[in-house]
Write a protein that binds this ligand. Structure first.
Ligand SMILES: Nc1nc2c(ncn2[C@@H]2O[C@@H]3COP(=O)(O)O[C@H]4[C@@H](O)[C@H](n5cnc6c(=O)[nH]c(N)nc65)O[C@@H]4COP(=O)(O)O[C@H]3[C@H]2O)c(=O)[nH]1
Length: 805
């Protein structure tokens, strides 16, 4: 504009000054000055304003008032660049308050076209304009100028007038300058608000992260769940509106719903009881459980839902309800809920997102706490019957002792029970029925005692009962009688009626029993039980001093052996079995040893026969098999291809579940079945003829070698030899012992070897101590041998050294 300013003060021809021209120039200058003032004022004032509305209002009203426009409106482009929203308007025809178009699409009206064409539109006569849109009254002229920053249309300044040709090029130029100032200002405000939003988001994210971390770490360490819930509530309250907050859990095992945490400002008490699963069908919380999806609803939607789904209203209907489901482990499902009773307070999708995070952490905490509780339960309970195990029983007895010290009138007694018929049930009907039988007996025993007494399964067919707060022996004897009577009735298992008789030992702890300790009380009940067995089974005996444990054969050893097995005290040694031709190793026999803490090394000859009298032999055989297979797997991995042979009793082999159990164990160790051989004595086979026969067949099918141990010592009848499918005969060392003379015929050994050959069995001679014996045996056609000549039983490490030497 400065270039256009004419030289009005020219002194070259003062007489030629044309007044009207000067007046025009003056008017122009005045106008330009006015425009500059407007621009200057706008630029200065806008600087002070930090709010979009204030800015657009100011621009609209300044233009209207300073330029005398009837209507000056500012339309802002929406976030999606889809439409223009009338934001501010000023002038005598101010149409902002609900009159006229409040929003225009990009191809609507002069404003829309101005935005889409990105250029100013000066329409002198709107009647000639095809896209002119009339609002209230017809404006005959209109000027629209786009507000553009870095190529983006941010707004449109639109002015209208009722006369045609009202707007001039100067108006347009002025508005374009204003638009340019407005564009920078709007952009600046936009950037500022984006920055503020980002900062806000970051601050929220940081707060959220901190809160969730807090919940997570609390979830990890919380032992007390109610404390954890309170903490979660506090954290959630710091993030969203949550004065009404509750957690509901559904226990699938018990099929009930309960509220471990519940806070409600409208006075609803925490529901104390548990609700049967039916509540899932008619409550809002139950609805979230069933759909397994979060739910965010306002009052209106809630009422619809109540009606549509036939739900019952529990407590006051909230204005807004937000519930998120979660899962903990296999059997617990939960819902965490916040609700608002205030009309103005509603939850948003990001609150739902937050609560989903929170629910996840609650679920983690519960999963950890529940699995810890489960582990704890497993450690203290028998997995088959669910009854307390020996450890928990001991603990209860200890506690009962402590209580008795405080309340001496509350005396206690321990009963030790051993089922008389269990072995027969197991042998005849198999493992699965045996297990079900034990469970059924456990239930029957429970019915004979008070709720406050403790029934435990100590292992195998042994149960124990702790009776607390008993006053006299007669009461205890009554319980024993009740049990005996109850077990006279057959126990129903899988539709079969089985008989379970038991022998009961009782020890009563009276006030005048000085120095009696809990373990001793249990030991005495055990001794009394042995006495009952001795005296005829199916009866009870009360411990008295005359019953000495030592009088019960093997009692002490059996008890100590149980402990040794529990404490993993037993060890294995290995004796090589070699081919007599060339002394090549074929296998190793595993032999068990018991390094007793007080008595030194106890040999199997002492404790195996005692273990065989009870079912302890089965436990022992399983124990040895597991250890031997572990060693076999180690040797196999090291490239050795010999077998390890393990002694097993007839009882173990004839158990119905033995073969699949062993097969699985071998698979677990990842070795081929030929790495294992089983040694059974003649007696073991004969005494368990039927079951053993079946088991041996299956074992051989798997590829497990069967060795007949101590051959020649037990039974004169040889007929059973063809009954069983065997691989190897082991000649008992008593025959080998006598073979000192090379010249003799050794008829027994000779016959055994000949018999074996006829039956196509290999022969191993046991107890070879001299080269002479080896020589004779080889001459007689014996294939393999074992004995001190080659090696004594060796530890696993020594065996390896021996192999390499
Ligand atoms: N004098 C002499 N003895 C020799 C010679 N070579 C080996 N022996 C001993 O003879 C026994 C051979 O084992 P067995 O006949 O299976 O007889 C075994 C077996 O019937 C039983 N047994 C050993 N370990 C186990 C086991 O883990 N489970 C079961 N159920 N029974 C086992 O105990 C019996 C005795 O085992 P051990 O005392 O280890 O005694 C072993 C072994 O140490 C020798 O040249 N001279």
């Amino acid at each position: 504009m400065a270039n256009d300013v004419p030289v009005i003060m020219s002194k070259r021809n003062p007489d030629a000054v044309d007044t009207s021209r000067l007046e025009t120039k003056l008017a122009l200058l005045t106008e330009q000055n006015h425009e500059l003032r407007i621009i200057n004022q706008l630029a200065t004032e806008l600087h002070q304003l930090n709010d979009v509305k204030a800015v657009t209002d100011y621009v609209a009203s300044t233009l209207a008032s300073m330029l005398g426009f009837e209507d000056c409106a500012i339309f802002l482009m929406d976030a999606d660049h889809q439409q223009l929203l009338r934001f501010s308007a000023a002038g005598s025809r101010n149409l902002l308050d609900g009159i006229g178009y409040s929003a225009l699409l990009l191809d609507q009206g002069i404003v829309g076209h101005c935005a889409s064409q990105r250029q100013s539109l000066l329409v002198e006569d709107t009647r000639q304009c095809t896209y002119y849109l009339m609002d209230v009254a017809h404006s005959l002229s209109e000027l629209a100028v786009p507000v553009i920053d870095t190529g983006e249309v941010l707004a449109v300044i639109d002015c209208e007038h009722h006369q045609t040709g009202y707007f001039t090029k100067q108006h347009q130029q002025l508005l374009e300058q204003v638009a340019s100032i407005l564009a920078s200002k709007l952009r600046w405000l936009q950037t500022l608000s984006q920055l503020e939003e980002s900062v806000e988001k970051l601050e929220y994210a940081e707060k959220l992260q901190k809160s969730l971390y807090e919940i997570a770490s609390f979830a990890y360490f919380a032992d007390d769940l109610s404390e954890f819930y309170t903490h979660v509530h506090q954290v959630v309250s710091a993030l969203i509106y949550a004065p009404n907050f509750f957690i509901a859990l559904y226990d699938e095992d018990k099929e009930h719903l309960y509220f471990p945490y519940f806070v409600d400002t409208r006075g609803d008490e925490k529901p104390e009881q548990v609700y049967p699963k039916e509540i899932l069908k008619n409550s809002l919380t139950g609805y979230v459980f069933r759909t397994d999806r979060p739910l965010l609803v306002n009052r209106e939607q809630l009422n619809d839902l109540y009606q549509q789904k036939n739900l019952k209203v529990y407590g006051e209907t909230p204005e807004c309800w937000l519930g998120v489901p979660f899962h903990s482990g296999d059997s617990v499902h939960g819902v965490v809920v916040v609700q608002s009773y205030i009309e103005q307070i509603h939850y948003e999708p990001n609150d739902l997102e937050l609560l989903t995070f929170v629910a996840q952490h609650i679920s983690n905490a519960l999963e950890r706490v529940f699995s810890e509780r489960k582990l704890q339960h497993q450690a203290l309970h028998d997995s088959l019957t669910g009854l307390p195990n020996r450890a928990l029983f001991l603990d209860r007895v200890h506690h009962a002792f402590l209580r008795m010290q405080r309340f001496p009138e509350q005396q206690l007694a321990v009963m030790y029970l051993d089922l008389d018929k269990f072995k027969a049930v197991n042998d005849t009907h198999g493992h699965a029925v045996g297990d079900a039988f034990l469970v059924a007996v456990g239930k029957q025993l429970k019915q004979c005692m008070r709720q406050s007494d403790t029934l435990a399964r100590l292992g195998g067919d042994e149960f124990a009962i702790l009776l607390e707060d008993v006053d006299e022996l007669a009461t205890i004897e009554e319980v024993a009688q009740r049990i005996l009577l109850s077990l006279q009735r057959p126990v129903e298992v899988n539709g079969q009626a089985l008989l379970a008789s038991t022998s009961i030992g009782i020890s009563f702890c009276q006030l005048d029993a000085p120095g009696l300790i809990p373990d001793e009380l249990i030991r005495r009940a055990d001794i009394a039980m042995y006495q009952a067995k001795k005296d005829g089974r199916g009866i009870y005996r009360v411990y008295d001093e005359s019953m000495q444990a030592d009088e019960i054969p093997g009692w002490n050893i059996e008890q100590a052996l149980k402990t040794a097995l529990n404490d993993n005290q037993l060890q294995l040694v290995y004796q090589p079995i070699v081919a007599l031709e060339g002394n090549i190793v074929q296998g190793f026999e595993a032999l068990v040893r018991w390094p007793h803490p007080e008595q030194g090394m106890v040999m199997p000859d002492l404790f195996i026969p005692i273990a065989e009298q009870s079912r302890l032999i089965v436990r022992l055989d399983h124990y040895v098999l597991r250890k031997a297979l572990r060693q076999a797997a180690y040797w196999f991995a090291a490239g050795h291809r010999f077998y390890v042979s393990v002694n097993v009793s007839g009882t173990t082999v004839s158990e119905a579940g033995f073969v699949p159990w062993l097969q699985e164990l071998i698979q677990q160790f990842g070795i081929p079945c030929y790495c294992l051989a089983l040694e059974l004595t003649e007696r073991a086979l004969i005494e368990n003829m039927l079951q053993a026969k079946d088991s041996l067949q299956r074992l051989r099918k798997l590829g497990i070698r069967i060795l007949l141990d101590d051959f020649g010592t037990g039974y004169s009848s040889l007929s059973y030899l063809s009954e069983f499918r065997l691989d190897v005969l082991k000649i008992d060392r008593s025959f080998i012992n006598n073979m000192q003379d090379d010249e003799q015929d050794h008829p027994i050994v000779n016959t055994i070897i000949a018999l074996a050959k006829t039956l196509q069995l290999s022969v191993v001679a046991e107890g070879i101590e001299t080269q002479q014996q080896q020589h004779v045996l080889h001459r007689l056609g014996c294939d393999y041998g074992q004995g001190y000549l080659f090696a004594k039983p060796l530890s696993a490490e020594q065996a390896l050294d021996w192999l390499t030497s």
